[in-house]
Design a protein around this ligand. Sequence first.
Ligand SMILES: *[C@@H]1O[C@H](CO)[C@@H](O)[C@H](O)[C@H]1NC(C)=O
Length: 240
Amino acid sequence: MGPSLLSKTLQGITVTSLASVGAFFVWTKHCQFTPDSQFTPATEPLFQSTWYKKFNPNRNPTTHDECVRRLPLHKIRPELLEDARNGGTKLVEAFSQGVWGGLGFKIQRLYMEKKYRNDTTTAHQLWTPQQLKTSTYDVGTEVTDHFVVLDKTPTSILFRCGDSPLHNPDTPRPSDGLFGLTAKADFDKGFAEFRLKSIFFQGEGEAQEKTQGPMPSTLVWLHQLYTKFFMESAMRYVKQ
Ligand SMILES: *[C@@H]1O[C@H](CO)[C@@H](O)[C@H](O)[C@H]1NC(C)=O
């Protein structure tokens, strides 16, 4: 089990003991996972991206999912919508600020800070809630020695995850992954849609396991709880 999987397990356990399980499910009920049949290498553009091809050259099996949350436009901060109407990046930035600067990431952030923050190699990365809540997450931004922005558009921010951005910045790693955030306002339909997409894989070498992704099912379950937690705590930052 790699360090990222282990820390994910710890987070999941913390999540379930923090919130009573029932309250947790009520709180996160608006966040839906896309059925497996609809988030596949054939349907999801992330799998066609140059990033995916570069970091998973042997097309090792993946553990992947997508969580979708809709929010009525009247609940969203008007300045974010105004900016989105003009093709700006503020809505997805606010979403990202909420994901990293919110309660959902707090435990993992504190854990990583203790382990990986220092005054030299990782000093340039984002660590404090203040930094995480104000960053515009431009390409190259590094978060808590565990995530780096690969790509940014007016409606999406793509992170690489799975290991330190300081390790193999341009080549595959044993533990690798893509984590995508998207935020799109639909002014005709009256809601905005937020998505969290995760794809984990062994990037370097050929995986022993040819059909199953790198995460066992218990971890997948915890990862999905955690994703819902991320999503709901991020919503606070886009709501008015
Ligand atoms: C700072 O932390 C990073 C990440 O753990 C590590 O790779 C690096 O060696 C550390 N630098 C120093 C000077 O301790």
